[in-house]
Design a protein around this ligand. Structure first.
Ligand code: SF4
Ligand code: SF4
Length: 213
């Protein structure tokens, strides 16, 4: 089985949200729901010495994240009714809306906080890797939309081979060892798995505010 996944280049991403909005538009999502989210992550401090000199290790970067179509999907393992499916051909993970009973087990299980529970239809849903577009030979809409070419999509082993220094986790994403994310990240100098900082747009990430906050 091929395994498709995303590449994210944090050295290129400006946090513009175009990927997020293109996805919301394509998937016809309302203001408070997004399948792809862009984290603003900031850390560091400024220190003034007695001699009046000032040093700073302040940093800021963005992380555009969606479902990682994991090798070992926690969402799939948790679903009590078999609604989460991993495509045998391309490894994309999607939630069959005809089967989902709204148990929210996938929402609780995913370490990336990817599946969303939709109150109106009482079902969970998430990024499916634009499997309809992929089946038609196209790339996911987020990848197509990025003006900085910070996203790519393809067979994850090919992406990793093309970017041997890439990693599978940078803060604030969790470590990738639990679910085997099909994710390849080109990390900016300050973007590391153990970078200490805060997500400064967490209300947007949680869907509590408009995407533009
Ligand atoms: S569209 Fe590209 S540059 Fe803009 S937030 Fe998304 S990944 Fe980053
Ligand atoms: S990122 Fe979460 S929702 Fe996506 S396949 Fe992995 S465990 Fe499932």
């Amino acid at each position: 089985m091929a395994q498709y996944g995303f590449l994210f280049d944090s050295t290129r991403c400006t946090g513009c949200r175009t990927c997020m909005l293109a996805c919301k538009d394509y998937k016809d999502l309302d203001q408070s729901h997004a399948f792809r989210k862009v984290y603003d992550f900031e850390g560091g401090s400024v220190t003034a010495a007695e001699d009046g000199s000032v040093t700073s290790d302040v940093f800021m970067y963005h992380v555009s994240a969606a479902c990682n179509h994991c090798a070992n999907p926690a969402c799939l393992e948790a679903c009590p009714v078999g609604a989460v499916v991993k495509d045998e051909g391309n490894g994309l993970v999607y939630i069959n809306q005809d089967v989902c009973g709204g148990a929210r087990a996938c929402v609780d299980a995913c370490p990336y906080g990817v599946p969303i529970y939709f109150e109106d239809v009482k079902k969970a849903n998430k990024c499916d890797g634009c499997r309809d577009r992929v089946a038609a030979g196209l790339r996911p809409i987020c990848v197509e939309s990025c003006p900085l070419r910070a996203l790519d999509f393809g067979e994850i082993e090919e992406l990793r081979a093309a970017h041997p220094d890439a990693v599978d986790a940078i803060a604030p994403l969790p470590a990738g060892d639990a679910t085997g994310p099909s994710l390849c990240i080109i990390a900016a100098a300050t973007a590391t798995a153990d970078a200490k900082g805060v997500v400064t747009n967490e209300k947007t990430i949680a869907g509590d505010e408009a995407w533009a906050s």
